[in-house]
Design a protein around this ligand. Sequence first.
Ligand code: BV8
Ligand code: ZN
Length: 244
Amino acid sequence: MPGQQPVGSEELRERIRKARRVFVLTGAGVSAESGVPTFRGGGRTAVWKGLPFEVISSAGMVERDLPAVWEWFDYRRGVLEKCRPNPAHTALTAWQERFESLTLVTQNIDGLHAAAGSRGVLELHGNIWRARCTRCGARADVRELNDRERPPGCHECGDPMRPDVVLFGEMLPADVYREAAAAASVCDLCFVVGTSAVVYPAAELPVIASRRAYVVEINPEPTPLSELCHEVIHGRAGEVIPAL
Ligand code: BV8
Ligand code: ZN
């Protein structure tokens, strides 16, 4: 558009031109313009039946009340069914061809990066569309489960299945985190997009990257990570990423 301010500094544009290994960490903010509610920020935190989402989405809840956990995730899948990738997801998919190496790591469980065509997305917190057996670990796509009861029985062993999502107090998939940390430690350009950077160990990744990479935060609001970043672009992902 005429008169549109170029996004980011001249230094950033130079670094984008020269970048060989790019690392991107996304959070709920990258899906905000797809209509996916974020968890924090804007003075709102997700609450479900009076429980803060950190409580309902916690390891203890799976032990205590697995049907309630299913109800919570069934509700969120209902919201997500109407959500489509937005220009931020689409632009990040194009970045896979643009850079020699792009590692896309997400905290989101909505599957929108893959839906936009991104390949090899590292999903640190799992995926809301997958279920996992509490006993034998067998996985299934929730949308293909013909078992409507909650919790659904495992197609392999019959035991109850759970959402294949990392809840608070649970370990992240070790291989996924290890791959993400390795990519962060060798990248030369790191983008942190739409995350409040309060959840660990995901929020550690840009710290690892900052040891040798130029780190750029894209977020309408400042975060605890902002002062560590070399550049902060206050804007919405759906506008800033395509503009970059
Ligand atoms: C673990 C799946 C333990 C579930 C999620 C006290 C201190 C420090 C740490 C802890 C602590 N107490 C507990 C912990 C550990 C805990 C943690 O970090 N808690 C935080 C809250 C303090 N971490 C864990 O429990 C992790 N596991 O540590 O293991 C352990 C250790 C050793 C041995 C055994 C066990 C597991 C963490 C994973 C939890 N699961 N999700 C579900 O979704 O229900 S995390 C959840 O938060 C989501 O995945 C989400 O992605 C993630 C982070 O949130 P964000 O993505 O950042 O989203 P948020 O809404 O917060 O922010 C949105 C941002 O977007 C805002 O900044 C906003 O300004 C911006 N934005 C808005 N619109 C836009 C935008 N940006 C760009 N464009 C826009 N249009
Ligand atoms: Zn099983």
